[in-house]
Write a protein that binds this ligand. Structure first.
Ligand SMILES: NC(=O)c1ccc[n+]([C@@H]2O[C@H](COP(=O)([O-])OP(=O)(O)OC[C@H]3O[C@@H](n4cnc5c(N)ncnc54)[C@H](OP(=O)(O)O)[C@@H]3O)[C@@H](O)[C@H]2O)c1
Length: 256
């Protein structure tokens, strides 16, 4: 296969579009998967490379497998598969439906995509699977299923990487752990919010270097390190009291 090819699963997100743009500028042929392919039509036509659009039905694993296999046939294989799907949500009353939806997309759908891409790479003999994950997976958190799903996603990739080594195949598995993303892309001066084009640039650089794991953007490495290190009574900010609460507690103590 002489033409470089990449498949982007979850292509409608801002970061995926930025990655698609930057890959297209390098002449990489693209297959983009999204729930609503119609919404990507104009964007795909603006890219300076060959692009095909495919429907992504993430809640139906059999359809994901069939779609990826059919794209593989059409492209004659692929060098790179990027997985950038994800669902997040928070409701303090923890309704089951939200938890189930997150598990369906971030665990079931994600596994079907990564498993299929890996098996296709094994048949091909080489390739790179890169998934955009989150440092949220390093610890539990208020969006319970989301944090847990991101821990699962990371562990799943580590397992695939071990399989590639066992098979002695040059299949690179990259776990790209995002910090916070500036979706509005208008707050670039904010220290911790990274604009999508910079996230995409750093993600592609990490992929090109064949990194097993990278924190995107780089400054989130420090947060990740601290997150892993902190004891639960500090990490769990719900224990912390506000200035007013501390003042009220002191006043109550004095009054006793
Ligand atoms: N945003 C952040 O600050 C942040 C921080 C850390 C990590 N991340 C990670 O980055 C990745 C992308 O997140 P994002 O924030 O960029 O989210 P996003 O813009 O909502 O993108 C998520 C992608 O997943 C797709 N998706 C979600 N539910 C789907 C479903 N039921 N069927 C098919 N596709 C579905 C979306 O497609 P549709 O648009 O068609 O729904 C979209 O392409 C996730 O793995 C997330 O954990 C994000």
């Amino acid at each position: 296969m002489s033409q470089a090819t990449a498949i982007i699963v979850g292509a409608s997100s801002l970061v995926s579009r930025e990655i698609a743009k930057q890959l297209a500028e390098q002449g990489v042929e693209l297959a983009l998967l999204a729930q609503d392919t119609e919404s990507l039509k104009e964007f795909s036509q603006s890219l300076p490379t060959q692009v095909s659009l495919h429907e992504l039905a993430i809640e139906r694993p059999k359809d994901i497998i069939a779609t990826l296999e059919s794209i593989w046939q059409q492209l004659g294989g692929a060098h790179l598969v990027i997985v950038n799907t994800g669902l997040n949500g928070y409701d303090a009353s923890l309704p089951w439906q939200l938890e189930q939806d997150i598990i369906t997309v971030n665990v079931q759908g994600y596994s079907a995509i990564c498993n299929t891409a890996f098996r296709l790479f094994v048949d091909q003999g080489y390739g790179q699977l890169a998934a955009i994950n989150s440092i949220a997976g390093l610890r539990g958190g208020p969006s319970v299923a989301y944090h847990a799903s991101k821990a699962y996603a990371s562990s799943y990739l580590e397992g695939l990487s071990m399989h590639a080594q066992r098979l002695k195949l040059p299949i690179t598995i990259s776990d790209l752990q995002l910090g916070l993303l500036d979706k509005a892309a208008m707050q670039q001066s904010r220290l911790w919010l990274s604009p999508p084009h910079e996230v995409a640039r750093q993600a592609l650089k990490a992929m090109q270097k064949g990194k097993r794991r990278a924190y995107i953007t780089k400054r989130w490495r420090l947060v990740a390190w601290l997150t892993k290190l902190l004891p639960e009574f500090i990490y769990n900010t719900r224990h912390w009291r506000t200035k007013e609460e501390r003042k009220a507690a002191r006043a109550a103590k004095k009054a006793q």
